[in-house]
Design a protein around this ligand. Sequence first.
Ligand code: SAH
Length: 218
Amino acid sequence: MFETQDTFKHQGMRRGLVSLLRDKGINDELVLKAIGQIPRHMFFDKVFHNNYAYEDLAFPIGAGQTISQPSTVAFQSCLLEIKKGDKVLEIGTGSGYQTAVLLELGAKVYTIERQRELFNITKPLLTKMGYRAQFFFGDGFEGKHTYAPFDKIIVTCGAPFIPPKLVEQLAKNGKMVIPVGEGKEQTMTLIQKDETGNLSESTFGNFSFVPMLNDKQY
Ligand code: SAH
């Protein structure tokens, strides 16, 4: 059961979330505007969880997965510096909330989810909300070479290592943001490819994501 109404109460709580994110140091106005527009409570599968939707918390979304914490979604979105028309590959569609943020920022989004259950729920949910992306059921370690190169790549699960195919599919002058690490915590890593194809890496502290897995057969 997903909520379909965006009430004044939800809108008020959403404004509260935006000012909380501002207080936490998120200062990209376009990202804040996107978060201010998206009814995050509609991405929760149980209406009685709605009241948590505008707290800065990660939350279970079924199939043992989570909707990422708003400040983490905001932080990754800021690092990518999305420009209108950017071609973006997302690994880990999950609830589709991060997908919606990328779309609000004007990106053309290709998103991959490895859990059939979530893929089957999220694709129609976003479409019904008017968010148009290309949805794929598959393994994010493979990327999507038929649509490569991508201006930006965002990984929203904890990667044990940087998948070489994703690096290959990153465009020149492109940016990839990926939490890297095998334990409970991962290091937020930004990989930039310059116009000659050289790579550079910078890190931005520790975060906690569900693991990026490749144990499924497709
Ligand atoms: N962006 C999501 C975050 C969901 S949690 C959101 O905003 O809700 C991370 C997601 O990554 C989970 O749905 C999980 O099933 C998925 N995932 C894990 N390993 C993956 C892989 N190898 N390929 C694609 N998706 C993967």
